[in-house]
Each structure stands twice: as C-alpha cells, then as structure tokens.
Ligand binder design. Structure first.
Ligand SMILES: [Zn+2]
Length: 137
C-alpha cells in the first residue's frame, strides 16, 4: 500500500515529459521552436505564436516568489491536517514562466515577494516526484 495519501498528478500526453523530468530531479519546461518562448504548463500549442513545434529544455530551477497563501485550515482535514500551516506559492522561474508550488524549509511568516528560491524534488511515490521550492542565498 502506498503510504502517500494525497492527490497525485496524472501525467498526460502533454505533461508526461515534465513528470518524467521531475522523477529524474530535472525541471524541464517547453520552449517553442518557432519563437523561443518558454511555456508552462505544458501544452501542444505555443500561446505566443501558435506553433506546434516545441522542445523540452532543462530549467535553471531558480526563481523568485511572486505571491503566496498560507493554508491554515486543511481541506480535507483527514488528508492535510498534519501539514498545516503550509505555503502555496506562485514562483517566477528565471526562464520567464510562473508555476504554482510549495515553499518549504522556512516558516510561512518568513516569505516575502521576490524571495529567491530554488527547486527541490520530493519523491512521494516510486513514480512521482513533486517539485517544491526552498529559499536560497
Ligand atoms: Zn512560439
């Protein structure tokens, strides 16, 4: 039985390379082959130029906190009750994309806009590793 009882991502045709990268502790994001813009989340078409050509590129894993919330009331309580308080944040990666994740390794009160963070991977099951972020110098 899997001891991890929280919801897990369900990789699909567009996102499977992303989750495969996470499993290898590599943060991969798509870059459009036509206009060179990065995009996240993964998708079949570039939102900037509508090209269908894209390549998976390793991201730096570095970013800054754009905004965040602190979850203090767990929903559902039986799943997240032991986790609170925890932080859900929007992280602006150096590549110019924004992703939602958790900031770990610091008290929620210590977070601030522009805080420098770097990616960390949690191997929550044998198949899934979740990217989370920690403060960095
Ligand atoms: Zn494009």
């Amino acid at each position: 039985m899997n001891p991890y009882s929280k919801p897990l991502p369900a990789p699909d045709a567009d996102s499977a390379p992303y989750w495969d990268g996470c499993k290898q502790h590599r943060l991969l994001i798509q870059r459009c082959e036509a206009c060179a813009s990065f995009r996240f989340p993964a998708g079949p078409v570039c939102p900037n130029c509508n090209s269908r050509e894209a390549r998976w590129m390793p991201a730096s894993g570095r970013g800054t906190v754009f905004s965040w919330i602190v979850v203090r009331h767990p929903v559902p309580a039986e799943v997240y009750g032991a986790e609170v308080p925890y932080t859900v944040a929007l992280i602006d990666l150096e590549e110019g994309v924004r992703m939602a994740s958790n900031v770990i390794g610091c008290e929620p009160e210590a977070l601030h806009a522009g805080m420098r963070v770097s990616v960390h991977f949690d191997d929550v099951t044998p198949e899934i590793s979740l990217p989370r972020f920690r403060p960095r110098e």
